[in-house]
Design a protein around this ligand. Structure first.
Ligand SMILES: NC(=O)c1ccc[n+]([C@@H]2O[C@H](COP(=O)([O-])OP(=O)(O)OC[C@H]3O[C@@H](n4cnc5c(N)ncnc54)[C@H](OP(=O)(O)O)[C@@H]3O)[C@@H](O)[C@H]2O)c1
Length: 306
């Protein structure tokens, strides 16, 4: 597995993580098969959130992982907090601290390697968040911190009050969700792709050594389904198949390679619970697409160049 530097540190992490958002739909043995498939492929990084399956994903993970042979320190385990579904976003100190205790209990862990704030809370008080982070770190409950779906100004604002460097920002990015790079190529134009909805975060991350974690790498829309083998995307699937044949892998590997070949050292979060799809995705980390192949995929996904 390709390894990348975590944020501004010299620590190395795998370029792929296993996201457990969908683990609530699996039995404990099925979850163990998925975790083992990922681990054997070099994916020793888990991404979770307190809200996945209403907490059930973390419960299943806890039951599964605690019975496996993988040592705790060999797996980087991250979770997220800050969303109270249907009610509010909540970055209050009280909510963050309480949520971490619940995460640790559900996942049967003594500490999290990383805690990520899930979606910007309009009422965020950075100093209050800083107190929560300091307390969690001092108690040995969380080692590193990050954010998710933050724009550049929100990221800078929070960072300015923290004693820790933020390591991650999780953003949606895939062949069917390319806003983070479209506007750069449509710079100074008036067409739709020229609109920057991501506040140039990818460039900011490269300049300031923040690891961007790409969520939903095989989905179109927001959880509408996968574009892989989907009749709604014939051109893209034709191109994926052509390259899958060339590199002797499956389509997941090519879609993964497309993300990992971007020079920003993105870490992608694979959400599959199917061991074959996990293994195939991992193969993508070894593929070096040519520049033309990368652009051919981008265009086949329905994008255009000015
Ligand atoms: N920060 C955020 O706001 C945010 C939002 C969403 C997600 N996330 C994180 O990102 C992770 C990944 O998200 P995701 O699960 O949406 O991403 P994903 O990996 O793009 O999608 C996984 C889904 O696609 C299916 N799939 C993958 N390859 C397939 C294939 N070849 N054929 C048929 N189905 C295929 C999987 O089914 P199988 O299981 O059958 O393979 C699964 O249902 C989550 O687990 C979570 O950790 C973060």
């Amino acid at each position: 597995m390709k390894r990348i530097k975590m944020g501004c540190t010299t620590l190395s992490i795998p370029a792929m993580a296993l996201g457990i958002m969908r683990m609530n739909q699996k039995s404990v043995p099925e979850a163990q098969v998925a975790i083992q498939a990922a681990y054997d492929a070099g994916i020793n990084f888990i991404d979770s959130a307190d809200i996945y399956g209403g907490g059930k994903s973390e419960e299943i993970f806890g039951q599964a992982f605690s019975q496996m042979q993988i040592k705790r320190e060999e797996m980087f385990i991250q979770s997220k907090t800050g969303i109270v579904p249907g009610k509010r976003y909540d970055f209050s100190k009280e909510h963050i601290l309480h949520s971490v205790d619940e995460i640790l209990e559900r996942m049967q862990l003594d500490y999290l390697d990383s805690l990520v704030l899930h979606r910007p809370d309009a009422l965020m008080d950075p100093e209050e968040v800083a107190e929560a982070f300091d307390q969690l770190q001092a108690a040995g409950k969380v080692r590193f911190f990050g954010v998710s779906n933050f724009d550049t100004a929100q990221f800078k604002l929070l960072q300015s009050c923290l004693s820790q460097r933020l390591m991650f920002n999780q953003l949606q990015f895939s062949l069917k969700h390319t806003g983070m790079i479209d506007f750069g190529m449509h710079m100074n134009m008036v067409d739709k792709p020229s609109v920057d909805r991501d506040s140039q975060f990818l460039d900011y991350a490269r300049l300031h050594k923040v690891t961007v974690q790409a969520w939903s790498p095989f989905q179109y829309g927001m959880f509408e389904g996968t574009f892989i083998d989907n009749d709604g995307f014939p051109k893209l699937n034709q191109e994926l198949q052509k390259l899958a044949d060339k590199y002797e892998v499956g389509k997941n590997a090519i879609a993964a390679a497309w993300i990992l070949c971007h020079p920003a050292n993105i870490q992608m979060l694979v959400g599959s619970m199917n061991p074959q799809h996990i293994r195939d995705s991992a193969k993508g980390a070894k593929i070096r697409l040519t520049r033309q192949e990368w652009y051919d995929l981008y265009l086949a996904a329905g994008n255009y160049l000015p």
